[in-house]
Each structure stands twice: as structure tokens, then as C-alpha cells.
Write a new protein. Structure first.
Length: 228
């Protein structure tokens, strides 16, 4: 049984890129998933009791989009496209797509309920790209410790999932569109910055600490060469 290389994991730059992008995902996604019904009721004036399908539609679209996105990612791999490019493109779709949608929603001069709903459906649905983006990237970096890594990133990112709705409720105290615009701009900014860090510092290469024994042997050899 391999010992978990805790120090190597917590000092890994690609690992921290995953932590940050996961936090960005949770902030944006959980803002949408927890506050979307309130926005649709207070601003778009949807009666969710009579139109429950409207609030369910974004998540149905996300589920549907997960199939072609995953298929396209696998197809790209078979065509020898770099795994790193695939991961970052998919994650850019998942994060910058919703960010653009939220910014567009905030800058609309007329808030037509149909158009606004369509934008929100797109914003939530495109999150499906993260499945082939940062989420599977845990396995790319370390097949042996992907579960441990996911536990770490998900634990840290869960804090943002708790904070995001609280911050949203603090901002939207008068329930007007200007305050919702702040919520949308904030979510978009976090989506964009988190993914940008993933693009710059993320990796799809298996990390040396994936096999601690080999890493220790290599480190020992380097020390011996230095002494010689």
C-alpha cells in the first residue's frame, strides 16, 4: 500500500490550480443553483408553483449537454489533440460561457422573461463542460491519488459553496435588478479568474509524486549526483 505524499500534493502548483478553479466553479454554480428560483420569482415574475419545469430546465439542459461534450472530448483525444488543450478548452466553455451569459444578462436594457430564462439556461447548462475540464483533471495529475485530491479540492471548494448564497442574500436585500446585477458580475468575475489560473498553471501531465517510490528514487539519485 502506497503512502500518500501529502507534502508533495500540497506543494504542487497544478494541484493548487485545481483548488482555485474548483472554488470558482462552486461559487458560480451554487450561486445559480440556490438563487435562480428566487431571481425567477422576484425579477422575472415566474410563478414557480405553476411553472416548476422552468426552474428545472437549466439542469436538464446541463445533463443533456454532458453527453456531446464528453463525446467530443474523447473524439479529440483519439485525434491526438493534447489532453491539456482539451481540458482547458472544456473548462473554458464551462466557466467563461456562463460568465459571458451572466454579464450579458446584467447589461440587458430590457429584461424580457423569455430571453432572460434562455440566458440562465445557457449559463447553467454550459457547466457540463467542467466534467471534461478540471473535474477529470484530478485523474490526469495522479491516477493513484485522484480520490484524495478530489477530497481536498472539494472540501475547500465547499466553503465557497456555503459562502456564495450568504453573500448573495447580503447583496440582494431590496430584491431589485441592480442588486442582482452585482451578484451576476461577481459570479462572472470569479468564473473568469478561476479558469484563467487553471489555464496558466494547470497541467495534464502525471505528477512525479503519483508514484512515491519512483519519486524518492529519483530524488535520492539527484542527491548522490550532487555529492559526486
Amino acid at each position: 500500500m502506497m503512502r500518500t505524499p501529502w507534502k508533495a500534493i500540497f506543494t504542487s502548483v497544478p494541484m493548487w490550480a485545481l483548488v482555485i478553479v474548483h472554488c470558482g466553479q462552486n461559487w458560480g454554480y451554487w450561486t445559480l443553483i440556490t438563487e435562480l428560483p428566487t431571481y425567477m420569482n422576484d425579477i422575472l415574475k415566474f410563478n414557480l408553483k405553476e411553472n416548476g419545469w422552468v426552474s428545472a430546465l437549466p439542469y436538464l439542459v446541463m445533463w443533456i449537454l454532458s453527453f456531446p461534450i464528453c463525446w467530443l472530448a474523447d473524439y479529440a483525444l483519439k485525434k491526438d489533440i493534447s489532453k491539456g488543450i482539451i481540458r482547458k478548452v472544456c473548462n473554458t466553455i464551462a466557466h467563461w460561457g456562463p460568465a459571458v451569459a451572466l454579464i450579458f444578462l446584467s447589461t440587458m436594457s430590457v429584461h424580457d422573461p423569455t430571453i432572460a430564462t434562455a440566458i440562465l439556461v445557457i449559463a447553467v447548462g454550459l457547466n457540463a463542460g467542467s466534467l471534461c475540464g478540471f473535474q477529470i483533471n484530478h485523474i490526469d495529475l495522479s491516477p493513484n491519488f485522484a480520490g484524495t485530491m478530489m477530497s481536498i479540492t472539494n472540501c475547500i471548494a465547499s466553503v465557497t459553496a456555503i459562502i456564495a448564497p450568504i453573500v448573495c442574500n447580503m447583496i440582494v436585500y431590496e430584491k431589485n435588478m441592480n442588486q442582482w446585477n452585482v451578484v451576476f458580475y461577481l459570479a462572472a468575475a470569479i468564473y473568469i479568474s478561476g479558469n484563467l489560473i487553471f489555464i496558466v498553471f494547470g497541467s495534464s501531465e502525471i505528477q512525479p509524486w503519483n508514484n512515491p517510490k519512483n519519486a524518492n528514487v529519483q530524488e535520492q539519485s539527484e542527491k548522490e549526483l550532487t555529492v559526486i
